[in-house]
Design a protein around this ligand. Structure first.
Ligand SMILES: Cc1cc2nc3c(=O)[nH]c(=O)nc-3n(C[C@H](O)[C@H](O)[C@H](O)COP(=O)(O)OP(=O)(O)OC[C@H]3O[C@@H](n4cnc5c(N)ncnc54)[C@H](O)[C@@H]3O)c2cc1C
Length: 486
């Protein structure tokens, strides 16, 4: 270990107390493994140490040290990110700053519907806190138990209710951030409107820890939605799914809270690993697409109106089957939707894509991939699911399931071999098409390490140079999460 790293370690122990600094030298890699490997087990790092500050001023002191000794810092929340953004390099030179001890809710303002929260607070804790005050924090993702507000803001996470409430960015009033020289920027306002110059908070949101470390945030709350209606809709193909979405939005005046879809390959995958997560009431859905439609129950649109329109869509051949879900059925349907990511993790690595497309192009895009890209490769499954109302497809390409690989280790190995050979090529082919359709290669998971090269390849020089300029200004020494995003 070079002397700068040793001095950083010694001083950080003095600031935080020895028990709040776990180093690879003292504790060994196995004791810091959960901070060193990403959720999908695709990126493996070896940090010099993991530090656990408990206040913004401790974060500030650590960053000042890192600035002095040139030590790269990786801010980490729940480590549930899906792009390798929170994984350190494997040369034992970077330090993970875990925000897990900074998890308190500082204050709530019921009248102005806002709260101020430390960035290591989990999404679940924040949701529950709002609920106990009869309010709603609407952002929801299935990693809610572990994902933190800091990570959610740093990746501008989306999730299951973007359609009605927007992404993390839309729910954030203000931030407190420790800058790369250790200064603390306090931008914790809770104003709906603030046109007093450049929107600094929006630079940090979505910056994946590359510009500064978010230590607290003021978030926006909504009135609780006490009663929701949930329907399932089965369609023959993606064109029909988008058509149903357009029809329903017209009836409910753009008031859907969710419209999620799952391809049959995605449901087959859940069937293979978590069969009790596939509810019987949806029946046989071979080669079809199932969507979950959710809206608040109000008097504005009556059930009969929706029923009538669903029946018309059946007569015109757009919808194959639909149904209203009672409470328990709705819970089961959502459990199916959430199980796809977990079943994918069980199955083995996939070529993961998190695409954003204009909704009107989704159908042509999927057809083009099936016609012009997939035939170039060995047979695959297209695990296509996600937030179709937002134009967001989790468009994952998995090696086709082979009965010979029932054993997890064999299957994982076979997937690794496939990915080694084809991952880059498949991703490039798909991304080129995304650009042709005026889409984006990341809708909500961010760039991290996974999409960094592709993002740089596909963006214009003008855009990349602007981003590099911003990075250079905020982090001149390059100590904030180097090797990610840009
Ligand atoms: C099962 C599952 C389902 C998911 N579903 C969705 C979904 O529907 N929608 C969606 O958008 N995402 C989803 N995700 C991805 C993930 O949960 C989100 O990206 C989440 O926002 C990450 O939060 P985290 O605290 O775990 O961040 P981490 O993984 O710890 O970090 C993610 C990035 O944020 C940075 N970061 C973390 N904390 C800070 C901070 N305090 N200051 C500055 N930078 C920071 C890290 O350096 C890294 O670049 C899912 C993940 C899983 C495992």
């Amino acid at each position: 270990m070079n002397s700068d790293l040793a001095l950083f370690l010694k001083s950080s122990e003095e600031i935080l107390g020895g028990e709040n600094v776990l180093s690879i030298r003292n504790q060994g890699l196995s004791n810091i493994l959960k901070f060193s490997v990403d959720w999908r087990k695709k990126f493996f790092g070896k940090p010099l140490a993991v530090c656990f500050p408990n206040s913004s001023s401790q974060v500030s002191e650590l960053v000042k040290l890192a600035d002095k000794f040139n030590v790269p810092l990786i801010a980490q929340g729940g480590n549930t990110g899906l792009s390798g953004g929170a994984t350190p390099s494997n040369d034992i030179s970077q330090v993970v700053i875990s925000m897990s001890r900074m998890n308190s809710i500082r204050s709530i303002d019921i009248v102005n519907k806002s709260l101020t929260v430390e960035s290591g607070c989990s999404l679940r804790k924040l949701q529950d806190f709002a609920k106990n005050s009869s309010l709603l924090f609407p952002l929801d993702i299935s990693s809610r138990e572990d994902a933190t507000i800091g990570g959610i803001l740093a990746t501008n996470a989306g999730g299951l209710s973007v359609l009605r409430y927007g992404s993390a960015r839309d729910l954030c009033f203000g931030l407190e951030v420790v800058l790369s020289d250790g200064k603390i920027w306090n931008g914790l306002k809770s104003l709906k409107k603030d046109n007093s110059g450049y929107s600094l908070k929006n630079l940090f949101i979505g910056s994946e820890g590359t510009l500064g470390i978010i230590t607290a945030a003021s978030m926006c709350l909504y009135s609780e939605v006490l009663d929701r209606e949930t329907y399932f809709v089965i369609t023959r193909d993606i064109t029909a799914t988008v058509a149903v979405y357009n029809e329903l939005q017209k009836i409910v005046n753009d008031n859907l809270t969710a419209f999620e879809f799952m391809s049959s390959d995605a449901i087959d995958l859940v069937m293979r690993y978590f069969p009790n997560r596939v509810p019987n009431f949806i029946g046989n859905i071979k080669s079809k697409i199932i969507s979950i439609v959710e809206l608040p129950r109000t008097n504005l649109y009556k059930d009969e109106c929706l029923t009538e329109r669903f029946e018309q869509l059946i007569s015109s051949g757009i919808v194959f089957k639909w149904g209203f879900c009672k409470n328990k059925q709705a819970t089961k349907l959502w459990a199916l939707r959430e199980a796809i990511t977990y079943a994918s993790a069980e199955n083995g690595q996939q070529v993961k894509n998190d695409l954003s497309l204009p909704r009107s192009s989704i159908s042509d895009f999927v057809t083009s991939v099936r016609k012009s890209i997939l035939p170039k490769y060995p047979r695959v499954s297209l695990i296509n699911f996600g937030h179709i109302g937002d134009g967001n497809l989790h468009f994952n390409v998995s090696p086709f399931f082979n009965e010979a690989f029932q054993k997890k280790e064999d299957r994982w190995k076979a997937h690794e071999v496939f990915l080694k050979k084809y991952e880059e090529k498949i991703r490039k082919d798909i991304n080129d098409l995304v650009v042709d359709f005026s889409g984006s290669v990341s809708a909500e998971h961010g760039i991290g390490q996974l999409r960094r090269e592709e993002n740089i390849r596909l963006k214009s020089d003008v855009e990349i140079n602007l981003m590099r300029g911003i990075k250079q200004y905020f982090d001149p020494k390059g100590i904030m999460n180097p090797g990610k995003l840009i």
